[in-house]
Design a protein around this ligand. Structure first.
Ligand SMILES: [Zn+2]
Length: 270
């Protein structure tokens, strides 16, 4: 393991949504016959990217939400369900890059956990960045380019259609101590990111393989938006197994309580 990796968590704006999208937990979310007027739980859905400065390259994990989310997402109908309504100018990914002192083309690897619009939202900054290797899983690529039209749910081609991808299959150590884990189920090919840090130990960024701590459990509670439920549960247990072996810190994709407990940019994990 190299001794000089540093990792920063970059908050990139918070959506809000009905908790039912995120969590299939009847006791918390759904109304019983005695609660027909129970209001929906409207919760914060923070987004983040991860920047890794590694001796062998600079890696960015995910690309946040787009500045033009309201118009870009309108054709999907989902802009009313996931408004990006808690964000400041300094949080958009293009602002974050400037704070770090980089242009898109300075990044060696842009790895997209999956191609949903709240993870690939500013990936089009890399449309002409010929130096950067843009990486997603083969299964995600095949699904995301395998439909006609503007969008398929939260997959919006405008986000990623202009990129040239390098795809990976199976778990892949992309840099020494930095491993892409195949954790499908949320989408065709959602990946998680394992980073083994010299001081902070192992961190696993689950993206939407696990939205929130309730989904992790144990016991694991199902998530709302899932492409394949059996693969989703298997991926949660895969993450748990790796986390137990490595004593990892597991960072969930959209957990409004957990993100407050973590160090975020400009602080770093080393
Ligand atoms: Zn997603």
């Amino acid at each position: 393991m190299p001794d000089s990796i540093s990792l920063q968590i970059l908050p990139t704006g918070t959506m809000h949504s009905d908790l039912t999208w995120l969590l299939l937990d009847p006791t918390q979310v759904m109304a019983s016959r005695a609660q027909k007027d129970k209001p929906a739980a409207w919760v914060g859905v923070p987004t983040h990217c991860v920047f890794i400065d590694h001796p062998d390259g600079k890696l960015l994990w995910d690309s946040g939400v787009p500045r033009d989310w309201e118009t870009r997402w309108a054709p999907t109908g989902l802009h009313d369900y996931f408004p990006v309504d808690e964000v400041t100018e300094d949080m958009w990914l293009d602002s974050r890059l400037k704070q770090l002192g980089y242009e898109p083309n300075d990044i060696d690897y842009l790895v997209l956990s999956h191609l949903h619009f709240d993870h690939a939202g500013q990936a089009d900054l890399w449309n002409d960045a010929s130096h950067t290797k843009v990486v997603c899983s083969k299964d995600e690529y095949d699904g995301a380019f395998g439909f006609e039209g503007y969008n398929f749910g939260a997959h919006v081609k405008k986000d990623y259609g202009g990129l040239t991808f390098d795809t990976v299959e199976g778990d892949t150590e992309i840099l020494p101590g930095v491993t892409l884990l195949q954790t499908p189920g949320h989408t065709w090919g959602t990946m998680s990111l394992q980073v083994d840090l010299p001081d902070s130990g192992t961190m696993i960024f689950t993206s939407d393989a696990i939205y929130r701590s309730e989904s992790y459990g144990p016991p694991s509670v199902g998530a709302g938006i899932v492409y394949d439920s059996r693969k989703w549960f298997a991926s949660v247990e895969k993450i748990r197994s790796i986390a137990e072996k490595t004593n990892a810190t597991v960072v969930f994709g959209h957990d409004e309580e957990q993100i407050k407990q973590l160090k975020t940019t400009p602080a770093s994990y080393t």
